[in-house]
Design a protein. Structure first.
Length: 325
């Protein structure tokens, strides 16, 4: 079976090799893959002797990434930007996704490393490495690492595995096409000392009991729509833990007869909508999300819309009707 990972363009690799330094940024409201991708790329560049700064708009709501918040800046320093570093955008499919952290570096030469299937190109030719089939952006970064000839060490491997584990749901979202390459990469991370058991505990231990109760309340709110083909669930504005959705999706996707789950997160004047569909459903929620100005993958996507939860719910019912029919 052919690898899901194409070769990296030499123009992108040369841009990294020739850069005196780099500013690395991922998307706002980061998840595990966004933060791990940033930290893995940072570790690779430091091993190459490059000066780096890492940026994030935040907020660091998820308990699994909270401990890394202090490593990130909101914007690059004036002195560093005067050195004309390379801007490296990871886990982002559109130029608006990094948020305000991108504003100050938008004029720099840049490359994009990502795995989202939707979005718009925002680099010059040859300056992106985007592999929609990849289970995580960290696995794309691993391919860039190998192409650069940078030896894998435990620090790099930890972050590469961290992002892969979170975005694959600890292997749950792997298909027969993606599993061989992904699991071979995971095995290479373990060979340098990474313990899946320890990473799982790092991701899941230490959550507040109140957050677990909030997750139960969101699950309790679930309602069947469209003849039971989808479940809609609702997260109130007061529920701040960004990891609530992980448990919600995992639980509700087990419900009998459904094709997917939609989670509405009330943000006050807007609604953040998360989508998950079952692999055998045939529903491309990335396309659904793109109709709302968002994006993502075939089976996992998101969008933010203005207005109330009720208005967003009404819009989604009409939109999904077309995909089911």
């Amino acid at each position: 079976m052919a690898s899901i990972f194409p070769q990296c363009d030499e123009r992108l690799l040369d841009a990294i090799r020739n850069a005196s330094g780099a500013v690395i940024v991922s998307h706002r409201n980061p998840d595990g893959d966004a933060i791990a991708s940033t930290l893995a790329m940072d570790a690779i560049l430091r091993k190459m002797g490059k000066k780096t700064e890492i940026l994030s708009d935040g907020p660091f709501l998820r308990s699994d990434i909270k401990r890394y918040e202090g490593l990130f800046r909101k914007e690059t320093s004036d002195g560093f930007i005067q050195t004309s570093p390379l801007a490296i955008i990871v886990d982002c499919s559109t130029p608006d996704r990094p948020g305000e952290a991108f504003n100050k570096i938008s004029g720099l030469d840049r490359i994009v490393i990502d795995h989202h299937s939707s979005g718009i190109p925002f680099t010059s030719e040859g300056m992106s490495y985007i592999v929609p089939a990849s289970p995580s952006t960290t696995l794309c970064i691993n391919e860039v690492r190998k192409a650069l000839g940078i030896e894998l060490d435990k620090e790099i491997a930890y972050f590469l595995y961290f992002g892969f584990a979170t975005d694959s749901g600890f292997y749950h979202f792997l298909s027969d096409k993606t599993a061989p390459d992904a699991l071979e990469a995971a095995a290479s991370f373990c060979r340098v000392g990474i313990s899946p058991y320890d990473v799982y505990d790092d991701l899941h231990d230490g959550r507040k009991l109140s957050d677990i109760k909030d997750m139960a309340a969101v699950i309790q709110s679930a309602e069947p729509v469209l003849s039971g083909k989808f479940l809609f669930a609702y997260q109130s504005e007061s529920m701040k833990d960004g990891k609530l959705s992980d448990g919600v999706y995992a639980s509700l996707l087990e419900a009998e007869g459904i094709l997917g789950v939609v989670l509405f997160k009330d943000k006050g004047d807007s609604v953040e909508i998360g989508f998950r569909s079952k692999h055998k459903s045939g529903i491309d929620v990335g396309k659904v999300a793109s109709e709302l100005g968002g994006g993502g993958h075939m089976h996992a996507a998101g969008a933010t819309v203005q207005g109330s939860v009720g208005e967003a719910r009404e819009t989604l019912v009409k939109l999904l009707e077309g995909y089911i029919s």
